[in-house]
Design a protein around this ligand. Sequence first.
Ligand code: URA
Length: 197
Amino acid sequence: MAALRAEALTCPRCHLAETRTQVVFGEGNGQVRIMVVGQGPGAVEDETGRPFVGPAGALLDRALAEAGLSRGQLWITNIVKCRATKTEKGRLVDRPPFAAEVKACRPWLEGEIDTVRPRIIVCLGTPAAQALIKKGFRMGEEHGQWHEGPSGVKFLATFHPAYVLRLKSVDEEAYQRTWRALVEDLRKVAAAMHEQA
Ligand code: URA
């Protein structure tokens, strides 16, 4: 993994290399063989070089704790390793990665998967679920369901913590509902992990 990471840190494969502060490679525990895959780094991750350390990461930590999981049991990474942004009303904001960016970054994710050899992969948010489970994945209907992948790997997708955070300021009821769904889905992951232990 160290060699893969070192190579990824200078990745020139797409134009996000021109605007990133740094590449955000995955980190965590590869021994437990559970992988959590998000969309891509935000501002704090771009600044620090570590995945899920900003506001979405703080919410993820809370949801993991409620579900009886911790980062120490997971390898955490993203479908793209560099921050993708757009300008909105004069401000730089995060955006979902384009398909070409996801494709260009795929070898790094495949390398992480080949090294960790996860038994369970948790996709956070629609872009990760569409990249790893199926193109037409619909989070509203399909979150929390198990999908069988190659070599018996189990996939489950749930709401992205950044999405849950955004709901908080617009719709309290939807926020509460989605937060509970995120925790419930992660509880299924905890239960599956214990079954496999
Ligand atoms: N959102 C993500 O999808 N990944 C991160 O690392 C941080 C925020």
